[in-house]
Design a protein around this ligand. Structure first.
Ligand code: SAH
Length: 365
């Protein structure tokens, strides 16, 4: 039997995905231009429009010949991600939920404070480290981000600053474990630091790691002036392995030795981050143990009271416990600060927005 009634046509065809310009190295762009008889200097021009000129399409690149702009537009996209959600808090903190070409979601944040404009970027889709209190790792890691995808976060956030403003700082504290994607991260930061790029100096970049000793040493050997923050979260191995499961493979002594090596190589003081989980790692005994670990080191402790993650049963510390903990560190002469909470109403702990979106089923397929 044949069907007499035509079947309804399917949804409009999705245009073929074009490669994103930021995935190409300067040499790749030069080669592409050479094949079209264009001078190599155009490659820098194109990059400058994106990195410095805030261009989001090729048409805007007014000093390129019109024909070339058209050919670029037919072959490339400027960006590869789409802004799925853009949230703005009263303190001018912006949070972007970005949809990648393969429909995966990542988050990045612009924090604006005292004349600083800080981009907080992700390095992976999800995270494989499994810290028990963190929203980013609840579903594990899907993949590393590319150089282009990391640069794009920086550029999209920079484009949210006002004309005349620029990004001043980068913190690699979004989703993912930066040192698990070290090669691409280093390439990204090199472009971010270049005067033809975003011009953000090495000393204004902080890389936060769960503490992978071999990778910390590798980073130290690069001889860069990046600031290293190590997520310690507990003052002894038994407790740390409960909170940060990868600790089973490393252990605190190895991490501290690698951080010491980083300090010796770079001369830069290491920051230890410590997520404060009420009644779990915030008691005076924990403060004393942490003080013993750190007091003879050139170190600074950044306390981060836990940000609620829906579905997780941890607690924020009480003021009494937090102050008691701080007192133990100060007594031992360890430098300590509590991290200010920014953009709390647009929430907060990284990975949350993505989770909400996924739970709402906004992910295609
Ligand atoms: N993988 C890197 C970057 C993680 S995000 C690392 O482990 O350092 C930066 C910091 O925020 C880390 O110290 C991380 O443990 C912390 N963090 C993650 N979720 C949090 C939450 N819900 N509340 C408070 N801090 C959190």
């Amino acid at each position: 039997m044949t069907l007499a009634i035509p079947l309804p046509t399917t949804a409009p065809e999705i245009p073929a995905r074009l490669p994103a310009m930021l995935e190409l190295s300067l040499d790749d762009i030069k080669n592409w231009l050479a094949e079209r008889g264009q001078p190599p200097m155009r490659a820098k021009q194109i990059r400058r429009w994106i990195l410095q000129g805030r261009a989001s399409n090729f048409e805007a690149m007014s000093d390129l010949p019109k024909g070339l702009r058209e050919e670029l537009a037919a072959n490339f996209n400027v960006f590869s991600t789409r802004i799925d959600k853009h949230l703005i808090a009263g303190d001018r903190t912006h949070k972007l939920l970005l949809r990648l070409h393969d429909d995966k979601l990542i988050e990045c944040v612009l924090i604006q404070d005292d004349g600083r404009h800080t981009a907080c970027i992700s390095t992976q889709v999800g995270c494989g480290m499994g810290c028990v209190f963190c929203a980013s790792g609840l579903e594990g890691v899907a993949r590393n981000l590319t150089v282009g995808e990391m640069l794009e976060q920086l550029i999209l956030l920079r484009n949210l600053t006002l004309p005349g403003e620029r990004l001043t700082h980068i913190v690699v504290m979004g989703m993912g474990e930066p040192l698990a994607n070290l090669d691409s991260l280093v390439q990204t930061l090199a472009i971010a630091g270049d005067k033809d790029g975003l011009g953000i100096g090495q000393r204004h970049v902080t890389i936060s790691t769960v503490g992978l000793p071999a990778k910390i040493r590798q980073l130290a050997d690069l001889g860069k002036q990046y600031h290293l923050a190590v997520s310690l979260h507990a003052p002894n191995d038994a407790l740390r392995s409960q909170i940060v499961p990868t600790n089973d493979k490393t252990g605190i002594p190895d991490i501290l030795a690698a951080a010491e090596y980083f300090f010796e190589k770079t001369g830069r003081q290491v920051t230890y981050e410590y997520v404060v989980l009420g009644k779990m790692n915030d008691q005076p005994v924990h403060g004393r143990q942490l003080a013993t670990l750190l007091k003879r080191r050139k170190a600074h402790v950044n306390l981060i009271p836990w940000n609620d993650v829906e579905g997780l049963q941890y607690r924020r510390p009480t003021d009494l416990d937090l102050n008691g903990f701080i007192a133990e560190l100060e007594k031992a002469g360890v430098s300590v600060k509590v991290r200010k909470r920014k953009g709390s109403e647009i929430d907060a702990a990284c990975g949350q927005l993505r989770r909400q979106a996924e739970q709402l089923g906004t992910i295609a397929g």
